[in-house]
Ligand binder design. Structure first.
Ligand SMILES: Nc1ncnc2c1ncn2[C@@H]1O[C@H](COP(=O)(O)OP(=O)(O)OP(=O)(O)O)[C@@H](O)[C@H]1O
Ligand SMILES: [Mg+2]
Length: 475
């Protein structure tokens, strides 16, 4: 049985994402979130967003987090206090249920204005804060138990991945990895998405004296805020509704090894305070427990956000920031790694062609030129995906420009592709010449009529005819 009912909700909602409002179509609404239809590239997964809900009185704006479910569907889970959820979403749900007049639990008809279903006895007034707060508690317990079942205790089977880099910036990174591996201090890894932050964390662990102990990774952005402390520090049986057994947290599981805190900038304030305390004495207490447990864990944190800015905004603790940033590694974006992009592209092409058992020899010169000039906003991860897709789809022996699924608007203007598919100037010239020839044919070469037809002046027509070498013999 659902903890809180969902209602069909086909209203237009607005989501504030990447600075602007985007429009999406609601699918259904529950107390904890809304399911929407929204295009794949409109908003990034796990991003904090604002959601404008249409209400009869005036639109309400709620904070939430965006989770992509399918290419055209996503959910936004509300990150709001229960009083706000009750007042806004709860009221909306209750009103709709009263209109639908059917109990969301047992599907029987409900009496007008009833607070509870007369058949199954379930509460129906979701605008009551107590009910919302109880449902939230139960939901947290339920989510935690589901995670306990879903997530393997530790991941030591990760295949060893290649780490490619020949440019001076990457050589410096490799040098720092070696140096940092011999210490036990926290490390902070900074870099854009897909630059290899997790790979770097693993490389440090594998070169350290902890290499035979666990490497545990946790993505702070992927875990709902309410659950993160329980995930990190564990909980005792009975710590909250639904906690029917003790569970160790990631810190305890990483004992003797390394704990990698990915997207540390997303760690909520309370968890930041607890992490700082842990870094001071290396002890933890499980949620709902009283026992102090010593854990020998090395912390490596990573983020693609500007932590200094988060500190200034008061969203990240300054003391924790200073504690973490003593040993820092900055991973350069792929576009600043010179020939590494080509070396990597060739490496992955060979690897995927072998995996797919395809007879691909290499890239055409134009394809290599494009790879070199593209800005790779998704960095190495994007490069890997583009090459993997090209290998699957191409029937050629040499992967060509058309095989590369690259956004042409992010190619540097200096690229001149021989095939001309990205050369805007060539396209414009071709269109210009076609139109000019058409106008010439229709008007029989009458300059005034050509000028009127194309909406330009007569001197412009003369200039264009000269440029495209159009004369009487074009007729
Ligand atoms: N220098 C490299 N050589 C080979 N593969 C790499 C390199 N850098 C990254 N990769 C690969 O690119 C992919 C993305 O790397 P990783 O997950 O470490 O990036 P990230 O910085 O943690 O990304 P995000 O910010 O999105 O979490 C992985 O498959 C990784 O193995
Ligand atoms: Mg990562």
């Amino acid at each position: 049985m659902r903890l809180a009912p969902r209602i069909p909700f086909s209203e237009t909602v607005y989501i504030k994402c990447n600075g602007g409002w985007i429009k999406a179509k609601g699918v259904d609404l529950s107390l904890f979130g809304v399911k929407i239809q929204v295009a794949d590239d409109e908003c990034d997964d796990k991003k904090s967003v604002k959601l404008k809900l249409p209400l009869k009185s005036k639109p309400a704006v709620l904070n939430g987090r965006f989770y992509r479910k399918e290419s055209d569907k996503a959910v936004i889970l509300f990150e709001e206090h229960e009083s706000i959820l009750a007042d806004i979403v709860g009221r909306l749900l209750t009103d709709s249920l009263r209109k639908i007049k059917r109990c969301p639990y047992c599907r029987k008809t409900i009496r007008d204005g009833a607070d509870r279903c007369g058949h199954c006895g379930m509460p129906l007034d979701f605008s009551k804060r107590d009910l919302v707060s109880t449902l939230k508690q139960i939901r947290i317990g339920d989510l935690l138990l589901r995670r306990t079942k879903e997530t393997p205790e530790e991941d030591r089977t990760e295949e060893r991945k290649e780490f490619i880099g020949t440019c001076p910036q990457m050589k410096k990174v490799f040098d720092l990895i070696r140096k940092y591996a011999s210490t036990d201090y926290p490390v902070l890894i900074l870099g854009e998405t897909g630059t290899g932050k997790e790979l770097t964390a693993r490389a440090i662990h594998e070169r350290s004296s902890r290499r035979d102990k666990p490497f545990i990774a946790i993505n702070c952005a992927a875990i709902p805020k309410e659950l993160i402390e329980a995930e990190l520090f564990g909980f005792e049986k009975g710590a909250f509704t639904g906690a029917d057994r003790r569970k160790k947290g990631k810190v305890e599981l990483a004992d003797g090894g390394t704990l990698f805190l990915d997207e540390i900038g997303e760690l909520p304030q309370e968890a930041q305070a607890k992490l700082l305390r842990f870094l001071e004495d290396f002890t933890i207490e499980r949620l709902g427990g009283t026992q102090t447990i010593r854990c020998d864990v090395r912390i490596i944190a990573a983020t693609n956000r500007d932590l200094e800015e988060l500190v200034e905004k008061g969203e990240f603790r300054e003391d924790l920031y200073y504690r973490l940033k003593v040993l820092t590694i900055h991973l350069p974006p792929l576009r600043e790694r010179g020939d590494d992009v080509v070396i990597m592209a060739k490496y992955f092409l060979k690897k995927f062609a072998k995996e797919q058992d395809k007879d691909i020899i290499g890239f055409t010169n134009e394809a290599l030129e494009l790879i070199k000039n593209y800005s790779w906003p998704g960095n190495v991860r994007e490069l890997i995906n583009v090459i993997r897709k090209a290998v699957v789809l191409t029937d050629r022996k040499y992967v060509d420009v058309e095989d590369l699924d690259i956004d042409a608007s992010k190619v540097s203007s200096s690229v001149v592709s021989k095939g001309g598919i990205f050369n805007l100037r060539e396209h414009i010239d071709r269109i210009e010449r076609d139109l000019l020839e058409k106008a010439y044919r229709i008007t029989g070469g009458n300059i005034s009529r050509m000028a009127a037809m194309l909406g330009v002046s007569r001197p412009t027509i003369y200039k264009l005819m000269e440029k495209h070498r159009i004369s009487q013999n074009s007729r």
